[in-house]
Design a protein around this ligand. Structure first.
Ligand SMILES: C[S@@+](CC[C@H](N)C(=O)[O-])C[C@H]1O[C@@H](n2cnc3c(N)ncnc32)[C@H](O)[C@@H]1O
Length: 277
C-alpha cells in the first residue's frame, strides 16, 4: 500500500503530480532541479528513450508485481516501461522540464510524480522496489545526503524489498598529473568527425566532491554544462546500506547479470531489506 510523504527538510512537500494532472502545491526551487532542467532536452538522445529488455526483465523480477518508487524519474526512461508492464509506479522528480518530457510520452500520464527533493522527503508507504538508476547517488552533493537517501529508502521498502543502484565505477577523477594542486584536470570523453566532448573537473579528494563542466565542441560552437557531484565507490555505498539496515544481495557488471570485475565500467548493486525486519 502506498502511503504519503512527510517533509524532513527545508523544502517541504509541493504536492504530487498524480496521473490525472499536476498537483496544486507550491513549486519547489532547488539546486537539484537546475540539473534536470538543463539536461532534459538531451537525456533521451544521450542514453536512449527507454531502458533495454535486460534491464526491464531484472527490474520486473525484483518488483515481483509490487509497487515501485523511482528516485529521479527523469523523462520516464525507467518508469514508463515498468508501468507498461502493469506495475504501479511512483517517482520523485524535481525538474519541470523532465516532468514535461515524461508527460508527453504514452503512459507518462499513468505515473504519479512527487515533485520533491528525495533527500528531504521521507516516504511513508511500502514499496517492493526502489530503482536509483543512471548515476543516482553521484548526483547528490554530500555523503550526508547520500546516507539520508539510503535511510529513507530502507524505511519505505517492505521487508524483502529491493533497492537497485546503477552507476559508473569510474568517474573523471584526477590522476595527480594535472596543473596547480592537481585537483583540476581535463578528460577527453569523445572524439568524433565533427565534435569533441570534454570534462573539465575540479575534484576535492578530501570529501570526494567534484564540480565539473561538460564541454562539447561541435561545428564551431561550444556548449558548457555544469554538473556538481559526489563520488562514492561501490564499497562506500555498501557501508551506507549497512548503516541503513540493508544488505547487498547482488552486484553485476550489466543488466544481463554478468559478474562484476575490476575492469567493469559500471556496477549494478541490488540491496535488500531483510525479510524478517
Ligand atoms: C541522470 S537522470 C536519470 C533519470 C532516470 N532515472 C533514468 O535512468 O533515465 C537523474 C534525474 O534525477 C533528478 N534528480 C536529481 N537529483 C534529484 C533530487 N535530489 N530529487 C529529485 N530528483 C532529482 C534529475 O532532475 C534527473 O531527472
Amino acid at each position: 500500500m502506498i502511503g504519503g510523504l512527510s517533509a524532513n527538510g527545508p523544502s517541504g512537500p509541493g504536492g504530487p503530480h498524480g496521473p490525472n494532472g499536476r498537483g496544486s502545491g507550491a513549486k519547489p526551487s532547488h539546486a537539484y532541479a537546475a540539473w534536470g532542467d538543463y539536461w532534459a532536452g538531451v537525456l533521451d538522445d544521450w542514453i536512449g528513450g527507454e531502458i533495454d529488455a535486460d534491464c526491464l526483465a531484472v527490474l520486473c523480477d525484483l518488483a515481483d508485481g509490487g509497487d515501485v518508487l523511482e528516485l529521479g524519474i527523469g523523462t520516464g526512461r525507467v518508469a514508463i516501461p515498468l508501468a507498461r508492464s502493469g506495475l504501479t509506479v511512483h517517482g520523485f522528480e524535481l525538474s519541470d522540464a523532465m516532468i514535461e518530457k515524461l508527460r508527453e510520452k504514452p503512459y507518462g500520464d499513468k505515473i504519479t510524480v512527487f515533485q520533491e527533493n528525495y533527500v528531504d522527503v521521507a516516504v511513508e508507504g511500502t514499496y517492493r522496489l526502489v530503482p536509483w538508476i543512471d548515476w543516482g547517488p553521484v548526483l547528490l552533493h554530500s555523503q550526508e545526503e547520500q546516507l539520508t537517501c539510503f535511510r529513507n529508502v530502507a524505511k519505505c521498502l517492505e521487508p524483502g524489498g529491493h533497492f537497485v543502484i546503477e552507476m559508473p565505477t569510474r568517474l573523471p577523477l584526477p590522476d595527480g598529473r594535472g596543473n596547480g594542486d592537481g585537483n583540476e584536470h581535463l578528460v577527453v570523453e569523445s572524439i568524433n568527425p565533427s565534435s569533441v566532448g570534454l570534462w573539465a573537473v575540479d575534484y576535492n579528494p578530501v570529501d570526494q566532491t567534484m564540480f565539473t563542466q561538460q564541454v562539447l565542441l561541435e561545428d564551431g560552437s561550444v556548449t558548457v554544462k555544469p554538473v556538481r557531484m559526489r563520488y562514492a565507490s561501490a564499497s562506500e555505498l555498501d557501508l551506507m546500506a549497512r548503516m541503513a539496515g540493508l544488505e547487498l544481495c547482488h552486484r553485476w557488471a550489466d543488466w544481463r547479470r554478468s559478474p562484476i570485475s575490476s575492469s567493469s565500467p559500471a556496477h549494478i548493486s541490488v540491496y535488500r531489506k531483510p525479510p524478517s525486519s
